[in-house]
Write a protein that binds this ligand. Structure first.
Ligand SMILES: Cc1cc2nc3c(=O)[nH]c(=O)nc-3n(C[C@H](O)[C@H](O)[C@H](O)COP(=O)(O)OP(=O)(O)OC[C@H]3O[C@@H](n4cnc5c(N)ncnc54)[C@H](O)[C@@H]3O)c2cc1C
Length: 260
């Protein structure tokens, strides 16, 4: 087997294969463990899902960690996980896969992986867990804008917003929510531009992390109306602006405004 990734998913998979006695290669393009947490997020990133709902089941996060650990804590945890299960020595760092092709039409005969060095290897199966935060999707707008424009992937800390001024955050996902809060805390206010209504779900509801509510069984109609009450009514905030009502359902199974 071949695993492409030494982040959250790849390492969990490596542990599972190792446990099952299935031989594998694990390729990682960078020199680091942790994927997105190591080189893809801003300094102030904290988990949005809780530590309980994010940790590997067989390797809980340290008891001293807060409910929503920081980026640094997550990185330490991911590295500890790899060392605890002796996965590091088996990871090929600085090894980028540039092509994965089936050996026959169905892939049942195996797969050929080509590395950036030109080396080719064949495997019975390949797990591509290369993450989904590498390509920036930057919308184009008519007219000219003389201010600083930045994709959230390139944002690291408040100084990147430039010195003062107004900040407009385009979008309403996890990164947008975090960055609007950070800009507002830094400069006193921030605006958000949303192309439709969103349900903004608090990180905790009645003291319980939103991502843990799916462990509480409630009949659907009850859970739906309960969480709507807890989330407030975002349609009110957008009514009269011409934007659509929220299309995302607000069930306690959903801890985020957009999927991660
Ligand atoms: C701001 C923010 C907050 C988030 N908060 C949460 C949260 O609270 N809870 C949660 O569960 N998730 C959260 N996520 C999502 C989470 O980070 C990702 O779901 C997670 O990192 C996915 O892990 P992964 O191992 O699949 O991919 P990644 O972490 O993206 O790692 C992919 C790895 O593959 C390597 N790679 C890529 N291409 C190649 C190649 N061709 N050859 C070799 N190696 C390659 C990369 O170098 C990288 O190390 C958040 C994301 C962001 C941006």
């Amino acid at each position: 087997m071949c695993i492409i990734d030494a982040g959250y998913v790849g390492n969990g998979l490596a542990r599972a294969l190792r446990q099952a006695g299935i031989p594998y290669d694990q390729l990682e393009a960078t020199g680091e463990i942790g994927g997105n947490r190591a080189h893809g997020v801003y300094d102030s990133t904290h988990l949005i899902s809780s530590k309980k709902s994010t940790q590997y089941v067989e390797y809980p996060m340290p008891a001293g960690y807060p409910t929503f650990p920081s980026r640094a804590q997550m990185l330490r945890y991911l590295n500890d996980y790899v060392d605890h299960f002796h996965l590091r020595e088996h990871i090929e760092f600085g090894t980028e896969a540039v092509e994965v092709r089936p050996l026959d039409r169905t892939g049942m005969a195996g797969w050929r992986v080509t590395l950036s060095t030109g080396e080719q290897r064949e495997y019975a199966g390949v797990v591509v867990a290369n993450g989904h935060y590498w390509e920036r999707n930057v919308p184009s707008y008519p007219g000219t804008f003389s201010g600083r424009r930045m994709h959230s992937k390139d944002y690291k800390r408040p100084a990147d917003f430039a010195t003062g001024g107004r900040v407009l955050v385009v979008g309403g996902g996890n990164s947008a929510g975090d960055l609007a809060v950070e800009a507002a805390a830094t400069f006193g206010s921030a605006d958000m531009s949303l192309r439709s209504g969103y349900w903004f779900i608090p990180k905790t509801i009645l003291g319980i992390p939103s991502s843990e509510w799916d462990r509480v069984w409630l009949p659907m109609p009850l859970s739906g109306s309960g969480s709507r009450r807890c989330c407030g009514c975002p349609a009110a905030a957008t009514s009269g602006t011409g934007s659509r009502s929220p299309t995302t359902s607000c069930s306690p199974r959903t801890s985020r405004s957009t999927p991660r």
